[in-house]
Design a protein around this ligand. Structure first.
Ligand code: IVH
Length: 665
C-alpha cells in the first residue's frame, strides 16, 4: 500500500475511533491500540511532510506557539438571546409567538451552556475555521486551539453538505476545571476562578498544546439550516449528530421538542432542580421556535432573534461560616475587606473567599466573624457575601470592629468623607502600594513589559532592586542573574521588555503612572487634549474641568499628583530614562465592527449623514450607494424612502436604526 493510501486509511480510522470514544462514549478499540495507530500516522506524516493536513487527527494534541489571532467577519452576525427571568415573561413570549404563527409552531427546549460561543465553518467536510463571537460582527480566528477539542469533529462524515456552519458553546466541565486548578497549585500558580472565564482564557492561549491539555468540551446549539437543506432546528441537530457532532441529545431530557407552553414550563421546572447534577455549568435554558419557516417570518432585532428566548435561573447561593475578615491594600492605598470562608461548593466551584466591599456594608449587614453567611455568585467573578443567618449566630459574638491600621505597613487608615473605602495614606512607604504601582505600570494596557508580572515584581522588590517604576530603567544583567530562578534568557527578556517600553506612546505612559482616578479612557483624553506632560502639568483646575470626562475628583487628583515632590522627582527620572512624555494620540480608530461589510446609509440622522458614513469607514465598513443583494446593512435614518426599505426587506438586508448602528460600533 502506498504511504498516501495508508495515511488516508489511518486518518479515517482515527477520526472514527475518536468520535466513538469522545462523542458516543462507545469505543471499540483500547486506548493502547488507538495510540499505536496514532503513532504510526505521526511517523508517516513526518516522513512525508508533503502529505500534511491541518485536520489530521495528529493535530489534536496542539503544538508550539500560534501567532496573534486574525480578525475575521462572521458570515452572518452572531446575535445574542433575549432573556426572561420568570415564568410570566416566558409565557408572554410563547403566547405571542404562537399567535404570530397561528398556533402552528413547535418549541425546542435546550440548556443554556455557560461558556464561550464559537462558530465552526466546514468546507468539504473539513474544519476550515473556528471563530469566537467577538463583537458579533467580527470574531477571532482560533482554529488551531479549537482543533484540540476532541468533541468537535475536524472531519465530518461524507453525508455532510459541502459547506456548512455550526455554532455552539465551548465549556470547561467541572472535573477538568478542578484538575486544572490542582495542576496550577502544583506549579505554584494562582488558581482559576470559574470555568467560564477559564474556558475563554484557554481559547485565547498562544500555546495550543496547553489548550489540548485542559479538557475543553463543546455542545452545538445551531446548524445553518438553509445550506444544509433542512427545515427545522430539531432536524438540524439530528443531522449534525449524524455528521459526527456531540449534540445535547447525549444527555437525557436535555433536548426536547414540544408543541405547547405547558411542556415548556415542565422542562424549565425540571432543569431548575436537575442542573445541580450536571457535570458542567448552565445558567438557564433556551426555548426556540423549531420550524425555519416560522423563524424567518418572526425575524430578528439587531441584537437577538425573536424566535428564541433564554430563561435565566436565579443566581446560585450557598451558606457557609465566615472564619475571618482580612484586609487587602490596593495600589492606590484603597482597603478592601475580604471574607475568608469555610469552603463551600456553589455553581460548580469551591468558594473560599468573598468580597465584603467596605466598612458600611459590613456594618449594614452586621456581618461578624463566626456567622453563617449567604454567599452569592452572580455573573461577576468574585463572589460576595449578601446576608447573615441571624438565627444561627454563635452565642458569643461581637460586632466586627473595622481595621484602624494598614494590614501591610500599620499606618493609621483614613477615610475621606465622600469615599466608601478606607485608605492607607502611606503612599511612599507602604510596600503593597508600591508593588501594586509597579505591577500596574508594567501591565499590558500601560507599559506592557513582558516578563514583569506580580511574582517578578515581588522578587525585585524583596532584593531591593526596584522601589519605584523608574528603578526598572536602571536594571542591568549582572545583578539580575543573582536572583533565584533568573537565568540569562529570562533576565535578557526582561531587560528587552523594559527597553521596548520606552517606545510606548504618551497616553499609555500617563495611564501607567497610576494617578488616582485616571483610568485608561481619562488618560487618553488628557493626552489628546494637552499633548504633553509639560502642558498637562501647567493646567489649572478650570483647564482640567473643561474636559467632559474630568470631574472635580479627577481634577483634584491630577493637581495633587503634580504638587507632590516625590512624584515630580520620579517623573524626572522616567523622563531621563527616555519614556514618551509627549506625542500625538493615535486618532484613527481601530474599530472592526463592520469589517468587510457593505453598508448603505440613507435618510436623516441626528448628525450630518457624512458623519455616519465616516463612522462606517472608520469601523472597517464599505459604503455603497444603493441596496443590492450583496448589501450587509442598511443604516436607516428618518424620512428614508419606503421603496428602499422594501427592497432591503425583500433582499434580507439587515436594517439598522441610528442607535442600533451606534450600539454596534
Ligand atoms: S442560541 C441567536 N442556544 O448564550 C441565538 N445560545 O446570549 C444564538 N448559549 O451567545 C444562540 N447555550 O453563546 C443558543 N442552547 C443555546 C445556548 C446559547 C448557550 C449562549 C450563546 C449566546 C448566548 C446568548
Amino acid at each position: 500500500m502506498s504511504p498516501e493510501a495508508r495515511i488516508a486509511d489511518l486518518r479515517r480510522a482515527l477520526h472514527e475511533h475518536n468520535h466513538r470514544y469522545y462523542v458516543l462514549a462507545e469505543p471499540v478499540i483500547s486506548d493502547r491500540e488507538f495510540d499505536t495507530l496514532l503513532k504510526e500516522l505521526e511517523q508517516l506524516e513526518e516522513q512525508h511532510p508533503e502529505l500534511q493536513d491541518p485536520n489530521s487527527p495528529t493535530k489534536r494534541v496542539g503544538s508550539g506557539l500560534t501567532d496573534q489571532f486574525d480578525k475575521v467577519a462572521h458570515s452572518s452576525p452572531m446575535l445574542s438571546l433575549s432573556n426572561s427571568y420568570n415564568q410570566d415573561e416566558l409565557q408572554d413570549w410563547a403566547d405571542r409567538v404562537q399567535r404570530e404563527t397561528s398556533g402552528s409552531c413547535r418549541f425546542t427546549c435546550e440548556l443554556k451552556y455557560d461558556g464561550v460561543a464559537i462558530a465552526l465553518q466546514y468546507h468539504n467536510g473539513g474544519l476550515v475555521r473556528a471563530l469566537t463571537r467577538g463583537d458579533g460582527a467580527v470574531g477571532e480566528d482560533i482554529t488551531a486551539n479549537v482543533r484540540t477539542i476532541r468533541t468537535i469533529p475536524i472531519q465530518l462524515s461524507p453525508d455532510a453538505p459541502e459547506r456548512v456552519e455550526i455554532r455552539g458553546e465551548i465549556i470547561l466541565p467541572f472535573q477538568a476545571f478542578e484538575a486544572l486548578n490542582q495542576r496550577m497549585e502544583g506549579l505554584g500558580k494562582k488558581a482559576f476562578v470559574n470555568p467560564r472565564n477559564t474556558a475563554a482564557g484557554t481559547l485565547k492561549l498562544q500555546d495550543s498544546a496547553e489548550v489540548a491539555r485542559r479538557g475543553l468540551d463543546c455542545f452545538l446549539y445551531g446548524v445553518e439550516l438553509d445550506s444544509a437543506g433542512l427545515s427545522s432546528h430539531s432536524s438540524g441537530v439530528e443531522a449534525a449528530e449524524s455528521w459526527g457532532f456531540k449534540t445535547p441529545k447525549v444527555l437525557p431530557k436535555a433536548f426536547e421538542v414540544v408543541d405547547n407552553v405547558d411542556d415548556v414550563m415542565r422542562y424549565v421546572a425540571h432543569w431548575e432542580q436537575a442542573r445541580q447534577g450536571l457535570p458542567f455549568a448552565i445558567d438557564g435554558v433556551v426555548i426556540k421556535v423549531d420550524e425555519s419557516s416560522h423563524r424567518s417570518s418572526l425575524g430578528s432585532t439587531a441584537k437577538s432573534p425573536r424566535w428564541a428566548l433564554a430563561y435565566k435561573f436565579e443566581t446560585e447561593q450557598g451558606l457557609t461560616r465566615l472564619k475571618r475578615i482580612d484586609y487587602q491594600v490596593g495600589r492606590t492605598g484603597a482597603i478592601t475587606p475580604v471574607a475568608r470562608l469555610e469552603p463551600v461548593f456553589i455553581a460548580g466551584t469551591t468558594v473560599e473567599n468573598a468580597s465584603l466591599h467596605n466598612a458600611d456594608q459590613i456594618a449594614q449587614l452586621d456581618i461578624r466573624e463566626g456567622d453563617l453567611v449567604q454567599v452569592e455568585k452572580g455573573g461577576e467573578i468574585i463572589p460576595k457575601v449578601v446576608g447573615v443567618v441571624l438565627d444561627e449566630r454563635p452565642e458569643i459574638s461581637a460586632p466586627h470592629v473595622y481595621a484602624t491600621h494598614c494590614p501591610d505597613c500599620e499606618t493609621p487608615l483614613e477615610r475621606a468623607e465622600e469615599e466608601a473605602k478606607h485608605h492607607c495614606p502611606n503612599e511612599q512607604g507602604c510596600p503593597e502600594q508600591i508593588k501594586g504601582r509597579i505591577e500596574h505600570f508594567a501591565s499590558r494596557k500601560a507599559m506592557n513589559i513582558d516578563g514583569l508580572g506580580d511574582k517578578s515584581v515581588e522578587q525585585l522588590w524583596a532584593a531591593g532592586m526596584v522601589k519605584a517604576p523608574a528603578d526598572l530603567y536602571d536594571l542591568s544583567l549582572e545583578p539580575l542573574l543573582t536572583l533565584d530562578r533568573m537565568a540569562e534568557t529570562k533576565a535578557g527578556n526582561l531587560l528587552a521588555g523594559i527597553e521596548a517600553s520606552k517606545a510606548i506612546p504618551f497616553e499609555r505612559v500617563l495611564f501607567g503612572l497610576g494617578i488616582r482616578h485616571v483610568g485608561e479612557t481619562v488618560a487618553k483624553r488628557l493626552a489628546r487634549h494637552f499633548g504633553s506632560l509639560a502642558a498637562l502639568q501647567l493646567a489649572d483646575r478650570d483647564g482640567l474641568l473643561e474636559l467632559d470626562v474630568v470631574g472635580p475628583v479627577i481634577a483634584d487628583a491630577v493637581l495633587g499628583y503634580f504638587q507632590d515632590g516625590h512624584q515630580m522627582e520620579h517623573l524626572t527620572r522616567l523622563q531621563r530614562a527616555g519614556l514618551q512624555f509627549e506625542g500625538e494620540v493615535d486618532e484613527t480608530p481601530q474599530g472592526t465592527a463592520l469589517l468587510g461589510k457593505k453598508c448603505v446609509v440613507s435618510g436623516v440622522f441626528s448628525m450630518p449623514r457624512d458623519e455616519i458614513k465616516r463612522l462606517v469607514e472608520q469601523n472597517g465598513g464599505r459604503l455603497a450607494g444603493s441596496v443590492s443583494g450583496s448589501t450587509d446593512f442598511l443604516i436607516a435614518g428618518d424620512k428614508m424612502g419606503p421603496s428602499k426599505r422594501e427592497k432591503a426587506e425583500r433582499m434580507g438586508v439587515l436594517i439598522l436604526t441610528e442607535s442600533q448602528f451606534m450600539d454596534m460600533i
